[in-house]
Design a protein around this ligand. Structure first.
Ligand SMILES: Nc1ncnc2c1ncn2[C@@H]1O[C@H](COP(=O)(O)OP(=O)(O)O)[C@@H](O)[C@H]1O
Ligand SMILES: [Mg+2]
Length: 289
């Protein structure tokens, strides 16, 4: 948070289209605090109404956590944020622009604002570390090999990978789990995104590895000044790293706020979530008796 977001490419050509500022809509302008504002988002798959009117604000430069039970639609919501899915209804304002009406080409440009860190790093096993990290650059731009190597090596250094012997030529199966996570993070960071999305980054990890990933998320937020959106079902890690926490339940955001505000919430779904995690004693468990 001690750095401004990295510069990105120009906004899409149709920025300002849609319900523009002429209507006096406060959502239709860049807000210092809120980078993404979701309003009334609905998504149905066949008979299944997964998102039922999502309202959500994502705070710029902060670590925003989305919690909720499995199958509640967390991944579906995240895919909407970066334009991988189109909603049936609702708006997604990114820096004051409703991106829902964007065509494929505008979406392509918008997506460069985002970096995505996948659960199992999702690296290509047949490519070495440099090729994996550089992949988004090679796909998007014509850069010289020297420019690419400079950016890759800078990230290897910043992510504490530069001192691993022969790291550049290694393929993912030759790396430890933690190293793979950091290579996946490097690939998400290589195009200097403003917003980093993590979908359940600690699933399947033991408590020590979970703590390391938490540390990596916090450190990245501080060092790169990015806005982080993290989907999690791990309550301990949620409260360790979250600046803002929002709970998705039955298609809506039912609780949102700072960790203190969320812990104080009386919403039954939230209480159940917190209490099953063992983070706090049950309400009626006799703790105060
Ligand atoms: N592309 C899709 N087509 C049909 N159903 C989907 C699709 N993506 C997700 N779903 C359904 O939407 C629901 C929410 O999924 P998901 O967002 O993955 O849940 P989670 O909260 O565990 O991330 C699930 O019932 C899932 O089967
Ligand atoms: Mg999911």
């Amino acid at each position: 948070m001690n750095q401004p977001p990295a510069p990105t490419s120009d906004p899409p050509a149709s920025a300002g289209a849609g319900p523009g500022p002429e209507g006096g809509n406060p959502l239709a302008q860049r807000d210092e605090r809120w980078q993404i504002r979701v309003r009334g988002l609905h998504k149905t798959f066949g008979p299944q109404h997964v998102l039922r009117g999502i309202d959500l604000d994502i705070e710029r430069g902060r670590t925003n956590i989305i919690i909720g039970g499995s199958g509640q639609g967390k991944s579906v919501l995240m895919k909407h944020l970066m334009g991988l899915l189109k909603p049936d209804a609702g708006q997604i304002w990114v820096d004051g622009v409703d991106v829902v009406p964007f065509n494929a080409s505008d979406m392509g440009k918008l997506r460069r604002k985002f970096g995505m860190v996948f659960q199992y790093a999702a690296l290509f096993d047949s490519m070495n570390v440099v090729e994996n990290i550089a992949f988004p650059l090679i796909e998007r731009y014509k850069l010289s090999r020297a420019e690419i190597m400079e950016r890759v090596r800078d990230l290897l250094k910043r992510l504490d990978l530069a001192n691993v012997d022969g790291i550049e030529k290694k393929i993912p199966p030759e790396l430890s789990g933690g190293q793979r996570k950091r290579v996946g993070l490097a690939r998400a960071l290589i195009d200097r995104p403003e917003i980093l999305l993590y979908d359940e980054p600690t699933t399947g990890l033991d408590p020590v590895a979970t703590k390391n990933v938490d540390e990596m998320i916090r450190q990245t937020a501080d060092d790169f000044g990015v806005t982080s959106v993290v989907i999690s079902h791990d309550m301990a890690s949620t409260f360790r790293i979250g600046d803002r926490i929002s709970m998705l339940h039955q298609g809506k955001i039912v609780v949102t706020g700072t960790p203190q505000e969320v812990l104080a919430s009386r919403h039954p779904a939230l209480r159940e979530f917190v209490e099953t995690s063992g983070l706090v004693a049950p309400e009626n468990g006799g703790a105060e008796a």
